[in-house]
Design a protein around this ligand. Structure first.
Ligand code: NAD
Length: 468
């Protein structure tokens, strides 16, 4: 059993109340975490506020070195963290699972360490010199979901630290263990109070909501559902917090008639089923031109039926269970309604425990719940369309706008179509392939602001202009 704790300002915190974290593969306890309340939150924020002046005053090179040291720590401890992620999140060690997540976490941390936001000279002439500099904000509150517990923590923490802020992070109550351990490891190379992880079951106190309201937190970076993001935005207005909100998506893929169905089947599958579909920018609706519809369905089924699904700790598993019961019930409901109308090509019925087989359902359309809602699980809705314009119109008819993809052998034509999709990222002949040097964020209800690259880094700063 993993009995995790947290420290505040370098001192262990004794929280008598603890909550149990469940391994979704078995239903057994994966470990326990401290069930903190508002008092512990205030202490964590006070420690972060106390650490801020010294951290912000460090030279850019010193902070860069510290972020490199954090990256090295994540690499050194990758296997231990991967096993914790698998235990509490359910994703397999292998495939695009927890070892892959740790590879991503280290890659993002390393890239972020090398980024910088140098002062810009806007004007330097007889009339004067005008310079633009970036100032850290203060204490950043990070609130994370349960699908990529360590990678998303790194996406929030590293750019905040790199730019001179201090951080209080609150992971999902469903997956707190790996984040607690990752922050403990980071603290081996960071000054006291610079990063604190605080955990709660969300029942004793809603720590996330309290962070959004906290007067000493200057920014919230949030990854999670649209409903929660909207609440945070409303609350944060009282203290004029800066916000980065990475919220839900219902990404569409558009398959043009010139594709080779067998050649794209693997990419289509992983675009939709990465992390068992529990990925914000996974493909959740697939619009396929009638000319290739049947062949694409056949190729997808042929690829998907061979994917081993099982306990994440089994080295042969490539997909694991759904992470939690609420998500499982939501998925089961959407799939059973879709199965009643459409044609189930693969899967379609819940398995044992929280296992749900990869499911492909054709014969659906906009207006069907599995098409319109974010299923966030291993089920893909396939919609047959007669024209490219119909596919584009249906893809854009959504309140979400996170990612999208176009599948075609004519890259220039695919790029033109991509530019007409209403979403923050569009991939051609792949889906969801985010990278640390490219800004990522949602339009419409999918969020506010971006992460990654210089644009993402800048979101952890205020602009100050000096006229001399
Ligand atoms: P969620 O919104 O239920 O929870 C996310 C976090 O918010 C948790 O830590 C939770 O404890 C906290 N929280 C709960 N109530 C709160 C409140 N009132 N104020 C502040 N914080 C509160 O989301 P989830 O179910 O953990 O994650 C799944 C969702 O996350 C999906 O919709 C998915 O699309 C989205 N997601 C988005 C991205 C992205 O980058 N856009 C990435 C991953 C996941």
């Amino acid at each position: 059993m993993n009995e995790m704790n947290f420290t505040v300002g370098g001192a262990p915190v004794d929280v008598a109340d603890r909550f149990t974290v469940i391994n979704p593969s078995t239903g057994d306890a994966a470990g326990t975490a401290p069930n903190a309340g508002l008092e512990e939150l205030d202490r964590a924020v006070a420690a972060a506020a106390a650490a801020f002046p010294e951290w912000a005053a460090k030279s850019d090179a010193e902070r860069q070195e510290a972020c490199r040291a954090v990256t090295a720590k994540l690499q050194e401890n990758a296997e231990e963290l991967a096993r914790l992620i698998t235990l509490e999140q359910g994703k397999p060690l292998n495939g695009l699972g927890s070892r892959w997540e740790m590879g991503g976490a280290a890659a993002w941390a390393g890239h972020t360490a090398e980024l910088s936001l140098p002062e810009k000279v806007l004007q330097d002439n007889d009339e004067g010199r005008v310079t633009l500099r970036r100032k850290p904000l203060g204490v950043v509150g990070s609130i994370t979901p349960w699908n990529f517990p360590v990678m998303i923590a790194v996406w929030h923490i590293l750019p905040a630290l790199r730019t001179g802020n201090t951080v209080v992070i609150k992971p999902s109550p469903l997956t707190p263990l790996a984040t607690l351990r990752a922050v403990e490891i980071m603290n081996e190379v960071l000054p006291k109070g610079v990063v604190t992880c605080i955990t709660s079951d969300d029942r004793k106190a809603n720590i996330g909501a309290a962070m959004a309201a906290h007067p000493e937190i200057r920014k919230i970076v949030f990854t999670g559902s649209c409903g929660t993001g909207q609440k945070i935005m409303a609350t944060a207005s009282d203290t004029m917090k800066r916000l980065t909100l990475e919220m839900g998506g219902n990404d569409a893929g558009i398959v043009l008639p010139d594709v080779d169905p067998e050649a794209i089947a693997e990419g289509l599958f992983w675009g939709a089923f990465i992390n068992n579909g529990q990925t914000c920018a996974a493909m959740k609706r697939l619009y396929v031109h009638a000319d290739v519809h049947d062949a694409v369905c056949e190729a997808l089924v042929a690829f998907a039926r061979n994917i081993p699904v099982g306990d994440g700790l089994d080295e042969t598993s490539i997909l694991g269970p759904v992470q939690n019961e609420a998500q499982f019930d939501k998925l089961s409901n959407l799939v059973s309604r879709a199965a009643a109308k459409g044609k189930v090509l693969l899967g379609g019925k819940p398995g044992e425990g929280l296992f749900f087989p990869p499911t492909l359902i054709a014969g659906l359309d906009n207006g069907d719940a599995l098409v319109d809602e974010e299923q966030f699980g291993p089920a893909l809705a396939i919609i047959r369309c007669e024209s490219v314009e119909e596919m584009l119109e249906k893809a854009n008819a959504s309140p979400y706008g996170l990612g999208g993809s176009v599948w075609s052998s004519d890259i220039p034509a695919a790029r033109e179509l991509a530019a007409r999709m209403d979403c923050g990222s569009v991939w051609i002949n792949k889906h969801g392939a985010i990278q640390p040097n490219a800004p990522f964020g949602g339009v419409k209800s999918s969020g506010l602001g971006v992460e990654f690259g210089e644009e993402g880094l800048a979101e952890y700063t205020d602009i100050q202009v000096i006229f001399s």
